[in-house]
Write a protein that binds this ligand. Structure first.
Ligand code: SF4
Length: 318
């Protein structure tokens, strides 16, 4: 059961992210902390994280956004949800806020890009479908094996739920890609895991996936050690980091412990050949892999530039 700490937000709602891919897109966190409680969540190391089993919920977020947006010199083309939480957490007031904030932005002709590992309620799917040209979603998946997701992502939606909502959104015209992030070394990086996952994603109509291999920070290692019951599985994964190298990723003040470039290239090569068999394109983001990629994961979507006076033109490349 998640403890919800209700508070008024003092700082601006639309905030820049330190991640290079999001540098030009305003981002929104509906909460600090996330009820999905992924054991590997990078957000656990942030100063604003309220601690295990808790989320800080900003009760005045919509009201502040309504005040803030008209004061902007330039209306944003799109807003990204969320750099360090998930808009579709299983907390009723967070889901209600997500609905109202998405509706406000979409009715203001502002695009919405999101990444989720949550279950998107039917009402929210209908809203997204009604504004499909202005919505770009990314569904986070690490495996089809529900025993692994239960161990690593105890509060998130089941893999079946994530796939079926991807299918539903794609069939209603919403652009949906997948994020295989993080791939867990020694746990989900083998052909036995990647093959059925790619096959399932292709079956529901996904055509593009962005992928990144887990990297470690002290808070992530601490969380894994505290919460993972299957110590053999954890050891197998952490042993893969024996030759880990410090890596400066493209985010402010961010230095992480990453698998050596050779190991990440091997995993990505395996994923790419499996994905290609299923007609999936794989994107490896330079933000998290500056030593092996120059590409982008397009986490905030692919939008064409807005043409002044034409409300139909909506795409620009952030
Ligand atoms: S869904 Fe994302 S933000 Fe939420 S706990 Fe998992 S990794 Fe962190």
């Amino acid at each position: 059961m998640t403890e919800v700490i209700r508070t008024e937000r003092k700082s601006a709602v639309l905030t820049p992210s330190s991640l290079a891919c999001l540098a030009r897109v305003p981002t929104v966190n509906l909460t600090a902390g996330c009820a999905h409680e992924c054991r590997y969540c990078y957000g656990r190391g942030y100063r604003s994280h309220p601690g295990q089993g808790k989320v800080t919920f900003y009760t005045n977020l919509l009201a502040k956004l309504r005040e803030e947006l008209p004061r902007k010199r330039k209306k944003p083309a799109t807003v990204y949800f969320s750099p360090s939480s998930d808009p579709f957490q299983p907390v009723p007031e967070v889901l209600e806020m997500a609905y109202e904030v998405f509706r406000f932005l979409l009715e203001s002709e502002i695009g919405v890009a999101f990444v989720t590992k949550g279950r998107i309620p039917h009402r929210h799917c209908k809203l997204l479908a009604a504004h499909a040209p202005r919505v770009q979603g990314r569904i986070g998946m690490i495996t089809l094996d529900s025993s692994i997701t239960a161990a690593f992502e105890p509060g998130a939606a089941t893999p079946e739920d994530r796939l079926s909502q991807a299918a539903e959104l794609i069939s209603s015209g919403v652009s949906i890609e997948a994020r295989l992030d993080p791939i867990l070394p020694g746990v989900t990086d083998g052909e036995d895991c990647l093959e059925p996952l790619c096959a399932a994603l292709a079956r529901v109509g996904v055509r593009r996936i962005a992928a990144s291999v887990l990297f470690l920070r002290p808070a992530v290692v601490g969380s894994l050690r505290r919460h993972m019951k299957d110590k053999r599985m954890l050891k197998r994964m952490l042993d893969c980091f024996a030759g880990a190298e410090p890596l400066a990723i493209h985010a402010a003040r961010s230095r992480v412990s990453a698998l050596p470039a050779k190991s990440r290239l091997e995993i990505m090569g395996r994923l790419q050949s499996i994905a290609h068999r299923h007609g999936l394109e794989v994107l490896i983001c330079a933000c998290k892999n500056p030593d092996i990629s120059t590409g982008s994961c397009h986490i905030s979507g692919r939008w064409l530039a807005a043409v002044p006076g034409n409300s139909q033109s909506r795409l620009f490349q952030p």
